[in-house]
Design a protein around this ligand. Structure first.
Ligand code: NDP
Length: 281
């Protein structure tokens, strides 16, 4: 068996066309969705991420601003700027690129973003809303994973789902979204005993650990759907996921590749969250 490849680029493109159409209809009514992206410091990977986010906004007809601040920007100045953006009616989404320099308390910064503009969905109010099943914003990466499952019409209700990784930005919200969709969910972390006993039970396996190719074919239930969130750079410069794609694709019924899988979906869901924030006003 060779798995169906869930093409994140193609799905992202399709969703972005729908976002562009909805954006145009808001613009016609006099309201242009706007995203503010704040970068503090010079981290090269972050510079690429923020550029891509702003470009994606422009491509769908949204307003966006990219603010680059020096690495020694004080926490107070950053909080002050976020407060201004919270009041700015042309801005519907505010994203502070993480990680922040060490002298800035990331938690305090995230909590200073107005929950209705927190398009990353990281504010405790939004994490709580997701937990009780009434999300305002779904965190972008897990939201993208759910759209990928939807794209293959996977019957999530009643399925056994295993999420490996329990971070606040990927693993935990992913588990919540699967639970709300009716799956029976297990969350694994680095302390989990006998990981493969869990993974072999999974109809849906989502892997977000940052450990290159750690999931091999012998750990996967035949016919499972495998969503690989990991993005790792190998010594030869190539990108790979947390799943050993070559071996697992012969066991799974569907699998996301890296690159070209979850990655392009994440930015697309950021656009969708920004659009929905603007539509609510
Ligand atoms: P974190 O480092 O915050 O969390 C990793 C999680 O994986 C932790 O819960 C950790 O357990 C768990 N873990 C680590 N090793 C193992 C192991 N051997 N067995 C079981 N669990 C393990 O990472 P993120 O959630 O931020 O990101 C995960 C991956 O996803 C990274 O590769 C990152 O680059 C990628 N990513 C991709 C995105 C995309 O758009 N495609 C977006 C965001 C992230 P413990 O809690 O015990 O420490």
């Amino acid at each position: 068996m060779s798995a169906q490849i869930i093409d994140g680029n193609a799905l992202a493109k399709k969703i972005r066309i729908e976002i562009a159409t909805r954006t145009a209809s808001l613009v016609a009514k006099g309201s242009k969705p706007g995203l503010a992206v704040l970068l503090v410091g010079e981290d090269p990977a972050s510079q690429v991420y923020v550029r891509n986010k702003v470009k994606a906004c422009e491509d769908v007809g949204m307003h966006s601003i990219l603010e680059r601040h020096p690495a020694d920007l004080s926490e107070e100045k950053l909080l002050q700027r976020i407060d201004e953006l919270n009041q700015d009616k042309s801005i519907h989404g505010i994203l502070v690129q993480l990680p922040l320099p060490k002298h800035i308390d990331s938690h305090r910064v995230i909590e200073s973003i107005a929950p209705e503009k927190d398009v990353d969905g990281f504010h405790v109010a939004n994490a709580g809303a997701l937990m009780i099943g009434a999300p305002l914003f779904r965190p972008c990466t897990p939201y993208g994973c759910m759209k990928m499952l939807e794209s293959i019409d996977y019957p999530i209700r009643g399925a056994r789902a295993v999420v490996i990784g329990a971070s606040n930005i990927v693993g935990k919200p992913m588990a919540m979204l699967l639970l709300q969709a009716g799956a029976t969910v297990t969350i694994c972390n680095s302390k989990t005993r006998d990981l493969s006993a869990h993974t072999k039970e999974a109809d849906i396996l989502v892997v977000a650990t940052g450990k290159p190719k750690m999931i091999t074919a012998d750990m996967v239930k035949p016919g499972a759907v495998v969503i690989d969130v990991g993005i790792n750079r190998l010594p030869d410069g190539k990108l790979c996921g947390d799943v050993d794609f070559e071996s697992v694709q012969s066991v799974a019924s569907a699998i996301t590749p890296v690159p070209g899988g979850v990655g392009p979906m994440t930015i697309t869901m950021l656009l969708l969250n920004t659009l929905e924030a603007a539509e609510r006003i």
